[in-house]
Ligand binder design. Structure first.
Ligand code: HEC
Length: 265
């Protein structure tokens, strides 16, 4: 008997706790919450997690690695070998050496393969993410400037737009249903932006809710998974196409990158 009332008391307390947590969650402004979490990190650790990833990436960037035992310092991100300042602002773009339109993550992989001599299957995703954080940090708060010009870039943009509106999955969803129709509003308590409003301008970013670094490809995959659709592979055409579509639209809307790597929920 006594056990039973204890158990009921426990359940009641749990219920009360949960309902308080839920009410609080409804009242929390996600942007303010991100700012609060960011400050907490600054105060307790003195450094933001995104900065740690970028520092890791910087170390990897300068190390002689791969079967050719060279660093990534000669990697060309579109502005010339080793030029990193602002490189992300113009990615994805077409690269003549690989004959592909590449985003930052894909370009890093290309350089690891072609310059350093890694086999694709030897490349660790965590290394690519840290390197992405480092190179992206050199475009922090800069205006986005993605303007498809070559026929390859225009084709990739068109593919991205098609995918954006392509309905798929059991729930017959596409990106536009949430990001265009609900832009400025909320989906499941989250504020939603359209590409013209700057969607995609904070990646790579540390997501404190997941306690992990997410690249733009990771974030796109997350949206696919949230509507139960199997996401495209990393470095695949659909990933690059969606990125060039969103970042071109963000350019038309005159958006800047946030602090990079970003800090978000
Ligand atoms: C069910 C609705 C829904 C669908 C469908 C959806 N998203 Fe999202 N998306 C969201 C929500 C909600 C967020 C989170 C906003 C936040 O946390 O601030 C988000 C966030 C994002 C972000 C990061 C937000 C930012 O500020 O940079 C990107 C990029 C993104 N979505 C791309 C896509 C793409 C590409 C597709 C289609 C493949 C897609 N989304 C489909 C609801 C959706």
């Amino acid at each position: 008997m006594r056990n039973r009332s204890l158990w009921i008391g426990f359940l009641l307390a749990l219920g009360l706790g949960l309902s308080i947590a839920l009410t609080q969650q409804q009242e929390v402004d996600p942007y303010k919450e991100a700012e609060r979490q960011r400050e907490l990190f600054r105060q307790t650790a003195g450094i933001l997690p995104g900065e740690l990833y970028a520092a890791q990436g910087e170390e990897l960037f300068g190390q002689k690695r791969g079967s050719k035992n060279v660093s990534l310092e000669a990697c060309d991100f579109g502005l010339g070998p080793g030029k990193l300042e602002g490189a992300l602002t113009q990615l994805p773009r077409y690269f003549a050496d690989t004959r592909r339109v590449e985003d930052l993550e894909t370009r890093i992989v290309s350089c690891m393969v072609n310059l350093q001599g890694f086999k694709p299957e030897e490349i660790k995703r965590d290394d690519v993410k840290a390197l992405t954080a480092f190179v992206a940090s050199k475009s922090s708060e800069m205006p986005i400037n993605v303007v498809p010009k070559t026929s390859q870039e225009i084709a990739m943009y068109n593919l991205g737009r098609e995918l954006w509106y392509h309905r798929a999955g059991d729930r017959d969803m596409n990106c536009a249903i949430c990001h265009d129709s609900y832009a400025g509003g909320k989906v499941r308590l989250s504020p939603v932006r359209s590409p013209r409003q700057g969607l995609s301008n904070e990646w790579p970013a540390y997501r404190f809710e997941a306690d992990k670094l997410y690249t733009l490809q990771d974030r796109i995959a997350f949206c696919y998974e949230s509507v139960s659709i199997h996401p495209p592979d990393h470095y695949s055409e659909p990933m690059i196409a969606l990125s060039i579509y969103m970042l071109t639209e963000a350019t038309k809307g005159k958006n800047k990158f946030t602090e990079l790597p970003g800090f978000t929920r």
